[in-house]
Design a protein around this ligand. Structure first.
Ligand code: 7XF
Length: 392
């Protein structure tokens, strides 16, 4: 269990650690391969009888430092780094599932995770169903004899509603099923799913862990046994590995995770209340604004996070206008950066999704998603105020 009061100390420790050169910051071991002192030693490294690196696709000291740092922050035994969040998600799912198996998922998943599940279904006969997973009865009813794992994101994108990790974990374990949680929207600073019973946590490390918009990366953490199994199968043989330099950048970004998060959450809370009171805004989605989420939030989250979705009364045209009028807030997908980013699903990420399907996913025409950065909140609010003129 991590002592919450010492997060900055912990981050400083786990992202540096003692190393060969006593350097303050971790060494960047930018190499593809490692030399063996002798033929016999090389053979022993391949069989695992001797400690030592072999090839960067299998492991690398800088990547290893990043993996163990995230594992410690999440309270896991071990971790694995990947070249993207999707690399992590696909490696975990393809390790745990085989043809004929079924995956139960919470309603609402990141678009490419949906895409992966569709592909697994069409090509490999691995099916999935979606459920709100809101009560033990609902979860029980959705589990089938071929269900092999449960997968969820919380808060759910883009409605930012919450799923009770402990409730799902308890029901999953009654059936001997592992629970996988995508913790990208929260980061381990705000939510540690393993402490509430989850078995595996995945992240798009592109987001809050990196924090600076300069890396695409993913990570998975869980038991030593499972991580070792993934390393030797869907990581090693499919090969979506992280590069050493990216691992080094992530370690640098992670040293300020708590500081960034505190600032971003504080600004997001201010902006969520500002938007809620704005006449051009129909609805605001932000954890904790509504009573129904309060109990889950208090149980598993340190704070509501820094992602806000809101619906403009003026629909699609209002969304487009808002995007174009903003001066400081950047029009971009991705999230969790020091820069405040905004995107309008109907004209951007979901432009190619038929309108009817998009509405079913909870993505109204005027829905906008804001990822709040570290800029001064006064500047962010005035940028929004100038763009949200009465003609929207
Ligand atoms: O492979 P990536 O590092 O881009 O991570 C995929 C991913 C996994 N889980 C969640 C909850 C995510 O949000 C993402 C990526 N989301 C970005 C976004 O929603 O803006 C991707 C840009 S299209």
């Amino acid at each position: 269990m991590i002592d919450d009061t010492h997060w900055n100390t912990l981050l400083a420790e786990v992202t540096t650690e003692a190393n060969t050169y006593d350097s303050l910051t971790p060494p960047l071991v930018q190499t593809s391969t490692f030399t063996f002192p002798s033929a016999e030693s090389g053979a022993r490294r391949f069989t695992g009888e001797e400690e030592g690196y072999v090839y960067t696709r299998l492991s690398n000291p800088t990547i290893r430092l990043f993996e163990t740092a995230v594992a410690k922050l999440e309270g896991a035994e071990d971790g694995l780094a990947f070249g993207s969040g999707m690399g992590a998600i696909s490696a975990v799912l393809m390790n745990l599932l085989k043809n004929g198996d079924h995956l139960l998922c919470a309603n609402g998943l990141y678009g490419s995770t949906f895409g992966l599940l569709d592909m697994l279904n069409e090509r490999f006969d691995i099916s999935h169903t979606l459920s709100p997973l809101a009560s033990a009865q609902e979860i029980e009813a959705a589990i089938t004899p071929s269900t092999k794992a449960i997968y969820l994101e919380t808060p759910v994108n883009p409605t930012l509603s919450l799923v009770d990790i402990e409730l799902v974990a308890k029901t999953a374990h009654k059936h001997g099923l592992p629970l996988i949680v995508d913790n990208t929207f929260m980061s381990p600073y705000l939510q540690r799913p393993l402490l509430h019973g989850a078995d595996v946590v995945v992240h798009s490390a592109t987001k809050y862990l990196g924090g600076h918009g300069d890396v695409i990366a993913g990570v998975a953490v869980g038991s030593r046994e499972l991580m070792q199994s993934i390393r030797m199968t869907t990581l090693k043989d499919i090969g979506a590995i992280l590069g050493p330099f990216e691992a080094w950048l992530l370690l640098r970004g992670m040293r300020t995770l708590a500081l960034r998060m505190n600032q971003q959450v504080q600004s997001a809370q201010t902006l969520a209340h500002y938007l809620l009171a704005h006449p051009a805004v129909d609805k605001v989605y932000y954890p904790g604004l509504y009573a129904k989420d309060k109990a889950i939030m208090d149980k598993q989250m340190r704070a509501p996070g820094a992602m806000i979705s809101f619906e403009l009364k003026g629909g699609i045209e209002a969304g487009r206008q808002l995007m174009n009028r903003l001066q400081r807030i950047k029009r971009a997908v991705s999230l969790g950066d020091i820069h405040t980013l905004i995107q309008h699903p109907a004209t951007m990420t979901h432009l190619l999704v038929p309108r009817e399907d998009r509405l079913k996913m909870g993505l109204a025409d005027g829905l906008v998603r804001l990822s709040v950065g570290i800029e001064d909140v006064v500047d962010l609010q005035s940028d929004l105020a100038a763009a949200l003129r009465s003609d929207l």
